[in-house]
Design a protein around this ligand. Structure first.
Ligand SMILES: C[S@@+](CC[C@H](N)C(=O)[O-])C[C@H]1O[C@@H](n2cnc3c(N)ncnc32)[C@H](O)[C@@H]1O
Length: 255
């Protein structure tokens, strides 16, 4: 898969290709990252890519034309590599919230062109002409789209085969089956005198079915407590078993 990133700050990206599990996606050739420094597509001596907003007000707006020239260069590079043109994603607080199902769909796709905004944002005409999807990381405002681009690529690349140490591990992560993850424990089994300092005995029992049941119950309890909306969504999509429903009923009994 291929990501083309249009950005004012390309220097934020190289470490992402050389550290951690995502490095494997690049080393194995499963993923390719091309950086398109927006100032290279300015057309004046000052390499200007922003200007004041029509109508006044504080802050600068990213200009359409350097962005369009960058996108033309991306398309030319994709054509030269005989790669399919990929959809254009713009990061914006006004976009749809990025979700695990969207990440999974992207992991099964040929990639995307990621446009990183800065300043007050991007001239709306570039969005109207070229952007296929606007994505937000959440209800807060960052100073640029570079961290969202890195977050999206990290979430996508860790799903590619061979990138995580254990293929199964992302399937027990939060959201992969619509619920939050269960708590995890490691050595030592006893940390202190308080009851919560002890690893739950079932995890030391070696009884796989009991451990699986305990984990599922903890997932259901945590999700019901923190994200009841996810329980409703899992129920609506038929992902809760009769045993899950019984567990949820017992939780309500004792809460
Ligand atoms: C300072 S922000 C602009 C915020 C914009 N004026 C607004 O209020 O919606 C600059 C850039 O950071 C990126 N950005 C900021 N917050 C974001 C978020 N929550 N999700 C995705 N991108 C974000 C976008 O690319 C945005 O164009």
């Amino acid at each position: 898969m291929r990501f083309d990133v249009i950005t004012l700050f390309p220097e934020l990206f190289p470490p992402f290709q050389t550290v951690g599990v995502t490095r494997r996606a690049f080393d194995s050739g499963q993923a390719e990252l091309a950086l398109w420094p927006l100032r290279d597509f300015a057309d004046d001596a000052y390499r200007r890519v922003d200007d004041r907003a029509y109508g006044g007000g504080p802050g600068m707006v990213m200009l359409v034309q350097p962005l369009e020239r960058a996108l033309i260069a991306v398309r030319a590079a994709q054509a030269a590599a005989e790669a399919a043109p990929t959809p254009v994603i713009l990061f914006s607080p006004t976009g749809a919230r990025l979700s695990q199902p969207r990440v999974e769909a992207l992991a099964a796709s040929p990639g995307a062109v990621l446009v990183c905004g800065r300043y007050e944002g991007i001239d709306q005409r570039f969005i109207d002409r070229h952007v296929d999807e606007e994505l937000s990381l959440g209800d807060f405002v960052l100073s640029g789209g570079e961290l969202p681009a890195l977050a999206l690529m990290d979430a996508v690349l860790r799903l590619l085969p061979g990138v995580l140490n254990d293929e199964a591990s992302h399937r027990q992560d939060s959201f992969s089956d619509g619920l939050l993850d269960c708590p995890h424990y490691s050595r030592p089994d006893v940390l202190g005198d308080a009851p919560e300092d002890r690893v739950p005995p079932v995890l030391l029992s070696g009884h796989h079915a009991e451990i699986a049941r305990w984990r599922r119950e903890r997932q259901l309890a945590l999700t019901a407590h923190r994200r009841p909306d996810l329980i409703e969504a899992a129920r609506a999509s038929g992902r809760l078993s009769a045993a899950d429903e019984a567990c949820l009923r017992s939780l309500r009994l004792y809460s």
